[in-house]
Design a binder for this molecule. Structure first.
Ligand code: AMP
Length: 616
């Protein structure tokens, strides 16, 4: 089968030829003809199968066949992650390079102005993540009345990441009459519900997951002590067969450290994780893809959705807690049938993580003997009172976080500012206490129930995972299609935080913060009841910071005003980080009483912005 035979037009065929796509992948073969004919399509396929081209090519062709004046948004692609959104838009650009259609991508975590400017210029095809789409829609920048084609990509991940309600809300704005192309690797009941409500007589196409990594990937295992991992990594990466490498670490701190160690050894590397700004992550990914950086060091969460063609090596600097994660990690190097090598490091304390991985693979990973740093430390890993392994990397990351905070606080003290509320420190300390030196209550309990200590060891998150319904995959196919549904609540939260993490130096964040500081308080109506305390303890007013002339009702604007401005995301989805940063007593002092903001003056074209300490 050729692309020609699928009915694609010459400009698209020529673009595909330029990309060296010789023949359609199975999903393209099955989905392109009905999509071209205007039918709804339900595609069961995951990233790596070529599904982007399966929907992008027909969309481009259909829109091009019937030009519309004024460039309204005629195709909308909703996808869960920023990285996927970017890749999809790049694909539209590549497949549509010979057509006069315009596409744009919008996602959170970066300043909105460039995206708004693009929208104002007019786009035919919009690729979006749910949060930013809602934000911009609510600000009046998104007009979908003329929408002809809607794509819901990775619907199961939307569910996993807690976006399903946002998706349902977005669906309510779209015209009823439209073509829908729906993709999901798995079909949990909630996703099936969406399918039933959204699709009309769909053509169902399903393809197998990308070929099992075991067959195409050369796997190797090195037993090596924790202290020698970075030396071994550097020596392996310097070998000529390593063209580029993705290194997985357990923690964000570990990713920074490994990238730094590689740099010291003269190997160009960059770390990506949730603490990096979106701009830094995008830059690192772009540098890596362009070959300017040889090694990308990432945590599992940050590496989600990243599709790097022709990745020669994956290194597991730390073995993952969950065997399915191992399969997902090494699968990054076997894309589109290219071979690749996956190298895993295992220290003595990680041996317990190896067994379930090999059980899933149904064979042992070949061990490389005779390397310069053989394992010499055979100490049993430390365990807490419950018999769980105390992970040395986690403990190191926590210690580093505490030290960073100490330095920050000392710097603030020196600058005469009050040290940050010890909330995070407290949380970290109590978390550390929980995991490392259990509180006396726990000790008492553990002592009273000695049988619990004799239970087989669990990795820290495995209990939570089990509670969340985790069931080990029996086969590799199952592990591949499972798409990380095995995350604990903690991991899901971390992912959400990553997703909504905003670069504090990004233009719109600085603007927001400034606006917040300068914003007046909306004068409260005399009869209005005071707003609810939203579960927080009522703070005593600080006599130095709060004007005594301001009545309490004025200090807290009613909730409704907040919703008017930020209705886009459920409260629970927002990062705690922001919540803490905003409501501090410092922000309460400014612009109270009868002072008027310029936006409140008569004739102002701008909508006044009112500060509300309950916001977020
Ligand atoms: P996707 O599943 O859409 O993310 O695509 C996975 C990778 O396969 C991307 O890097 C595409 O560029 C590549 N790809 C998609 N279709 C083809 C094809 N027909 N021939 C070769 N490569 C393809």
């Amino acid at each position: 089968m050729t692309f020609d035979a699928l009915g694609l037009c010459a400009p698209i065929l020529s673009a595909l030829a330029d990309l060296d796509y010789e023949k359609p992948s199975p999903i393209q073969e099955k989905a392109i003809p009905p999509a071209l004919a205007g039918r709804d399509v339900l595609g069961c396929a995951q990233t790596g199968t070529g599904k982007t081209c399966a929907f992008a090519a027909p969309i481009l062709q259909r829109l091009d066949a019937r030009p519309v004046r004024g460039r309204p948004i005629r195709a909308l692609i909703l996808t869960p992650t920023r990285e996927l959104a970017l890749q999809i838009q790049e694909s539209f650009e590549a497949y549509g390079k010979n057509l006069p259609l315009r596409s744009a991508v919008i996602f959170g975590g970066v300043g909105q102005q460039p995206q708004v400017d693009k929208l104002k210029e007019g786009v035919d095809i919009l690729v979006a993540t749910p949060g930013r789409l809602e934000d911009l829609h609510n600000q009046g920048y998104i007009h979908v009345e003329k929408l002809e084609i809607f794509v819901l990509d990775e619907a199961d991940r939307m569910l996993d990441m807690g976006f399903i309600h946002d998706v349902k809300k977005i669906l309510t704005w779209l015209p009823r009459k439209k073509q829908t192309l729906f993709f999901s690797a798995t079909m949990p009941p909630e996703v099936q519900g969406l399918v039933d409500s959204l699709l009309t007589d769909p053509v169902k196409v399903a393809v197998d997951p990308v070929s099992s990594p075991v067959e195409v990937i050369d796997q190797k295992l090195y037993y090596v002590d924790r202290g020698n991992k970075s030396k071994l990594l550097a020596s392996l990466i310097q070998r000529p067969e390593v063209k580029n490498a993705l290194v997985f670490t357990r923690t964000k701190h570990g990713a920074n450290k490994v990238a730094g160690d590689l740099q010291k050894s003269g190997i160009s590397s960059a770390a990506i994780h949730g603490n990096k700004s979106q701009t830094a992550r995008q830059q690192a990914l772009a540098d890596f893809k362009a070959g300017r950086v040889k090694v990308l060091v990432a945590t599992d969460i940050a590496a989600r959705g990243i599709d790097i063609e022709e990745l020669s090596h994956v290194f597991n600097y730390n073995l993952p807690d969950v065997p399915e994660t191992y399969v997902h990690r090494i699968g990054r190097t076997g894309r589109a049938g290219h071979g690749g090598t996956a190298v895993s490091f295992c220290e003595f304390g990680e041996k317990e993580l190896l067994a379930p991985i090999e059980k899933l693979l149904k064979k042992p990973i070949p061990v490389v003997d005779g390397h310069p740093w053989p394992m010499e430390v055979f100490e049993a890993p430390k365990r807490d009172q419950r018999g769980r392994i105390v992970n040395a990397d986690d403990a190191e990351a926590r210690q580093a976080a505490r030290e960073r905070k100490k330095i920050r606080d000392e710097a603030k003290k020196a600058a005469g500012k009050p040290a940050a509320a010890p909330q995070t420190e407290k949380a970290a300390a109590s978390e550390a206490q929980k995991k490392e030196t259990p509180v006396s209550k726990r000790q008492k309990k553990a002592a009273a129930v000695p049988a619990k200590q004799e239970k087989p060891a669990q990795s820290p998150a495995s209990g939570k995972r089990k509670a969340a319904g985790y069931r080990p995959s029996r086969t590799l196919e199952e592990a591949l299609t499972a798409m990380e549904p095995h995350w604990s609540e903690e991991e899901r939260r971390a992912q959400k935080q990553t997703e909504y993490y905003r670069d504090p130096l990004a233009g719109d964040v600085v603007m927001d913060a400034t606006a917040r500081l300068l914003a007046p308080r909306k004068p409260a109506k005399a009869q209005e009841p005071p707003a609810k305390q939203s579960g927080r303890k009522k703070k005593k007013p600080n006599p130095q910071s709060v004007s005594p002339a301001v009545p309490e009702a004025q200090k807290r604007a009613p909730k409704a005003q907040v919703q008017e401005r930020q209705p886009s995301r459920p409260q629970a989805d927002r990062p705690k980080r922001n919540r803490k940063r905003r409501g501090g007593p410092m922000e309460v002092v400014l612009r109270l009483g009868s002072q008027k903001d310029s936006t409140e003056q008569q004739g102002s074209l701008m909508k006044p912005y009112y500060f509300n300490p309950d916001e977020d």
